[in-house]
Design a protein around this ligand. Structure first.
Ligand code: OSB
Ligand code: MG
Length: 370
C-alpha cells in the first residue's frame, strides 16, 4: 500500500461535561485528526495529546510540527507491505508515541479498508462486543458523585472509575461503596500521590476496589512496586506504560498487576498488542483506556479491545456521553455495558463532514515530494 497523500486537521470540540482530574479540568478537546490516502481509500487516526503536557509530555503543537516535519515525510510516497513495515519507518524517531500512533493507526485503518475487512479481524480480535465502564471526573460534591454512579450503574456500565486526588479520596470512595456495596469500583489518581501517602491506599483496601490506577509519579516504577508490597488492592498502571519495554519493567518489578492500555499512548496497534500479550505471559489482565476520544479514536479503541487479554471493562463508553455531535456518522453506543464492534471495513466509521467543517481550526494537505 502506497501512502499517496495526507490531510492533517486541528479541531476543537466542546465536551458535554466538565472533566476534572488531579492534573486539571477539561471542558473541550483540542485534537489532531490525520487522514491518510492511498489506492482510492482513506484511513483515520486521532491525536490524543493535549495543548499542555499535563498527562504525558507530548503537546498538540509539538506533535503537529513533528508530523509535518518528519513523520509524514517519512511515509508519504512510500509503499509499505504491512502496518509493521510502516511502524519501522517511524521507529528511528524516539518517543513522541502519540504522534507516531496517529500515523500507525491511520495506516492500519487504510490497510484494513483496502482489504475490505474490519480492523479487529486483522488485529486478531476474538470478540464482537467489548465490556465497558465509565470514568467519572472529580465532582462538586460526594452526593453528586453517588447520584452519577447510580445513573451509570443503572445504564448497565460494568465498572465505575472515580478520579481521586489528595483531599478527594477516602470520603468519596466510602460513600459510593456504602451506596453500592456490590458495584465494581476503581480509582484513578493520575500520579497525584507519593509513596509517603501509602496510608491512603492501605485505607482504600477496605473498599474492595478492583484496582487503583496510577497512584504515583508517572516515571516511578520502583515506588509503585514498594506501594504494591504494602497494599492488597492491585495497582494498575496507565501513564507509566508507554512501550513494551516499560511494560516489561513494570511487570518484572511487580509494579503493575493490571495494565490500562491506550493504543495512542504506546505508539499504535502493534505496540499495544505486544503489551497485551506480554502482560498475559505474566498473568496480568489489561483493559482499554480512553482519552475522551471522538468516534475515530473510540472506534480504534473498540477494535483493539477485542484482543484476548482485554479481560476487564474499559473506559470506552458511549460517544453520546461526550459529544452533542461526534466526528463520525455511526453511533458508538454501549448497551448493558457492552460496546458493539463496528462491522464495516477498517475501523468501521465514516467522517461526519459537517462536524469536521464546524469544528476545524486548521487543515494542512501533504503529498510526497512537497
Ligand atoms: O487517566 O485514564 C486517564 C481522560 C483523559 C486523560 C487521562 C485519562 C482519562 C480518563 C477518561 O480517565 C477516559 C475516557 O472516558 O475516555
Ligand atoms: Mg488513567
Amino acid at each position: 500500500m502506497r501512502v499517496e497523500a495526507a490531510e492533517l486537521y486541528t479541531l476543537r470540540m466542546p465536551l458535554k461535561f466538565r472533566f476534572e482530574t488531579s492534573f486539571g479540568v477539561q471542558t473541550e478537546r483540542e485534537l489532531l485528526l490525520l487522514v491518510l490516502k492511498g489506492e482510492g481509500v482513506e484511513g483515520y487516526g486521532e491525536g490524543v495529546m493535549t495543548p499542555l503536557p499535563l498527562f504525558r509530555e507530548e503537546t498538540l503543537a509539538g506533535a503537529r510540527d513533528l508530523l509535518v516535519r518528519a513523520l509524514l515525510p517519512a511515509v508519504l510516497g512510500q509503499d509499505f507491505d504491512s502496518p509493521e513495515a510502516l511502524a519501522r519507518a517511524l521507529a528511528p524517531f524516539r518517543g513522541n508515541r502519540m504522534a507516531k500512533a496517529m500515523v500507525e493507526m491511520a495506516f492500519w485503518d487504510l490497510w484494513a479498508r483496502a482489504l475490505g475487512v474490519p480492523l479487529y479481524r486483522l488485529l486478531g480480535g476474538v470478540r464482537r462486543e467489548v465490556p465497558v465502564g465509565v470514568s467519572l471526573g472529580i465532582q462538586e460534591s460526594v452526593e453528586q458523585t453517588v447520584e452519577l454512579v447510580g445513573r451509570y450503574l443503572s445504564e448497565g456500565y460494568r465498572r465505575i472509575k472515580l478520579k481521586i486526588k489528595p483531599g478527594w479520596d477516602l470520603a468519596v470512595v466510602r460513600a459510593v461503596r456504602e451506596a453500592f456495596p456490590e458495584a465494581p469500583l476503581t480509582v484513578d489518581a493520575n500520579s497525584a500521590y507519593r509513596l509517603s501517602d501509602y496510608r491512603v491506599f492501605q485505607a482504600l483496601d477496605a473498599y474492595g476496589l478492583e484496582y487503583v490506577e496510577q497512584p504515583l509519579h508517572f516515571e516511578d516504577l520502583a515506588d509503585h512496586a514498594r506501594l504494591q508490597a504494602r497494599i492488597q488492592t492491585p495497582i494498575c498502571l496507565d501513564e507509566s506504560v508507554v512501550s513494551k519495554e516499560t511494560a516489561r519493567a513494570a511487570l518484572e518489578a511487580d509494579a503493575a498487576r493490571v495494565i490500562n492500555v491506550k493504543v495512542a499512548r504506546v505508539g499504535g496497534h502493534g505496540e499495544a498488542k505486544k503489551i497485551a500479550e506480554l502482560a498475559e505471559a505474566f498473568g496480568v489482565p489489561v483493559w482499554m483506556g480512553g482519552m475522551l476520544e471522538t468516534g475515530v479514536g473510540r472506534a480504534h479503541a473498540i477494535h483493539a479491545a477485542t484482543l484476548p487479554n482485554y479481560r476487564l471493562p474499559g473506559d470506552t463508553s458511549s460517544a453520546s456521553r461526550y459529544w452533542e455531535v461526534d466526528l463520525v456518522n455511526e453511533p458508538l453506543e454501549a448497551r448493558e455495558g457492552l460496546m458493539p464492534v463496528p462491522e464495516g471495513p477498517g475501523i468501521g466509521v465514516t467522517l461526519n463532514e459537517e462536524a469536521l467543517a464546524r469544528y476545524r481550526l486548521e487543515r494542512t494537505e501533504l503529498r510526497s515530494g512537497v
